[in-house]
Design a protein around this ligand. Structure first.
Ligand code: CA
Length: 228
């Protein structure tokens, strides 16, 4: 998942970032209202962890703005104020969950998984396209029920494309989504090409009936190739 942490307290922000990155999430951070507004204006996320008391504004206003723009990010409010009003206001404004500080990091991880599961609407875990099944919780990929071992970035790339079959994805957009912070501004995209080559090789070896096709000059597109 791609997660934005909005938190002005540096040690807590870094601790959350390290923990969630260790759980294979792509994590970006903002320490102020203005930084968060800029990130959310440019990029989209699966989940936003939102502190309420920011030095230059209230997280609740940021939440209001997100909802006013019809954004789909899951939002979990993190609030030091042991205030029932904060909780009620946040949930009324469309936050998906509320976690009072101080919290245990394992609790945070569990809440993130739980809002993600709820927003997928329960049912079968993971994504299925053709004969490929990807489970984001166990980080398992199967082709025709047989596991295909993937490295972390290969897994992240595949997850990104499986959610967008048939869509042309620009390589800078892919770089930002999978590698995070400022990867879209890289001078070249050799790191994308290398991982993509390995992933395409593994899919084809495993007999997948999907293919991530290169569209010269633009990027990539996931297509289904049903086998006869
Ligand atoms: Ca704060």
């Amino acid at each position: 998942m791609k997660i934005l942490i909005v938190e002005d307290e540096p040690s807590l922000r870094e601790l959350m970032q390290r923990t969630l990155a260790g759980e294979r999430h792509v994590v970006e951070t903002a320490g102020t209202y203005a930084q968060a507004e800029e990130k959310l204006g440019t990029y989209s996320y699966d989940c936003v962890l939102l502190d309420i008391m920011l030095p230059d504004g209230s997280g609740l206003d940021l939440l209001k703005e997100l909802k006013a723009h019809g954004r789909r990010e899951n939002v979990i409010i993190l609030s030091a104020k042991d205030s029932i009003e904060d909780k009620i206001l946040g949930l009324e404004q469309g936050a998906d969950d509320y976690l009072p500080k101080p919290f245990h990091l394992m609790e945070l991880s569990a809440r993130i998984r739980s809002v993600a599961r709820r927003s997928r609407g329960g049912g079968q875990r993971g994504i299925v396209v053709g004969n490929v099944h990807l489970d984001p919780e166990s980080f398992r990929v199967e082709v025709d029920g047989r596991e295909v071992p993937l490295l972390k970035k290969e897994f992240d790339i595949l997850a990104y494309f499986l959610q967008r079959p048939g869509h042309l994805v620009d390589k800078s957009v892919l770089a930002e989504a999978v590698w995070g912070d400022h990867a879209d501004q890289a001078d070249n995209f050799h790191f994308v090409y290398a991982q993509m080559k390995n992933l395409r090789h593994k899919l084809s070896e495993a007999g997948a009936d999907i293919e991530i096709k290169a569209v010269y000059g633009f990027g990539y597109k996931l297509i289904e190739n049903p086998r006869p």
